[in-house]
Design a protein around this ligand. Sequence first.
Ligand code: ADP
Length: 408
Amino acid sequence: MTFILETSKVVYSYGDGTKALKGVSISLEEGRKIALVGPNGAGKSTLLLMFNGILRPTSGKVLFRGQPLQYDSAHIREIRRKVGMVFQNSDDQIFAPTVYQDVAFGPVNLGFSKEKMKKHASYALQYVGLSGYERRPPHHLSGGEKKRVAIAGILAMESEVIILDEPTSNLDPASSEEIMDMLDELNCGGKTMIISTHDVDLAYRWADEVVLMEDGRVIRRGTGPEVFGDADLIKKARLKLPIVVDLYNELSCRGLLKGGKPPQSMLELTDLLESNARGSISQRREAPGRIHLCNVDGADPESIIDILEKSHLSYSGAMGPNAKVVAERSGIPLDFTYGVIDKCILKAIIGKSSLIMTSGRMMDRAMSRIRTYGKESGVEIEVIKLTLPLGSHTVVYGPGQARYKMLS
Ligand code: ADP
């Protein structure tokens, strides 16, 4: 097992004597989605600041790939490149006069050549769906856009780990969903993601591993169901249960749900309710709907519109920033922008077909989720992989365009 980050007996006291960490020893696996959860003042932000050397432990050690962090300027610069940090308040992070300069700041500091810097900054901006925003002053952007600029700045440095302190605080629900969807896709591309949050619903549905903190200590770690399955512990940590767990517990108390473990998603809860009511969800009479999977990377957007018009699909969703940009610029209305696979499965169960637009690296994840679901539930959902003709024109991305604009 590879641990990308570890702490050993880390204690940290701020200048005024506040003891924020009281002996934290944890090891985090590479390639995971990890959520530090806890009430305000638990020490989440302080621990995150340890991971990339912004703070140095009063005692104890922090290790990156098994090597203790060294705090001289050359090593610190290196660790901050490998472990990128997105602050809770974007205004603490974004300060250059234009979006482009801000995103290029990291690569410039790292001494990238002009050409490499340009390539990295442009790709990062395209990735977060902000191509065309290069010359804009960051302080004119919305909260969600600022967050995406901050993420682009980290991506431009090719960080291996991306840390986000309370990534959705102060964002509206749609922007929060977009950010979490982006974090999913980045994780799918191999990045280790660590967030802090006191939003238990978000942590429960998103994280592979939950680290519960209270009063400067880690008091439990495990999968969402493992950590949130202990209602007394959650109460002690002054948190609430995720809504699906709370509902599951209340229904179980009334004898309406028998057996099983707490569901991790709305899909699992709905299945559990249905199989309790009918005996099994594979007993349904109507045939399940199909799920069409479409890789939008480099595809001709007109052909997607064509498919939508011809296939009589009831719902469409997009996973990842690139697919959302394609949908927006092509004028394709989206029913689902987060939790897309589960939502399409929920619709398939009631006989409705859907289209999932996504980029190449997410295709396998979607496929495997639907297949696993089929095996576990006994409901075989047909998946149609669509191969689209590649766009023969140059695609112009730009803010405010209703559709793709083709050149020549
Ligand atoms: P969380 O992120 O879980 O809300 P923090 O890591 O921000 O927790 O804070 C842990 C403790 O350290 C709290 O008691 C907080 O008041 C204190 N603290 C945080 N930042 C500072 C600071 N700059 N100076 C003094 N105390 C601080």
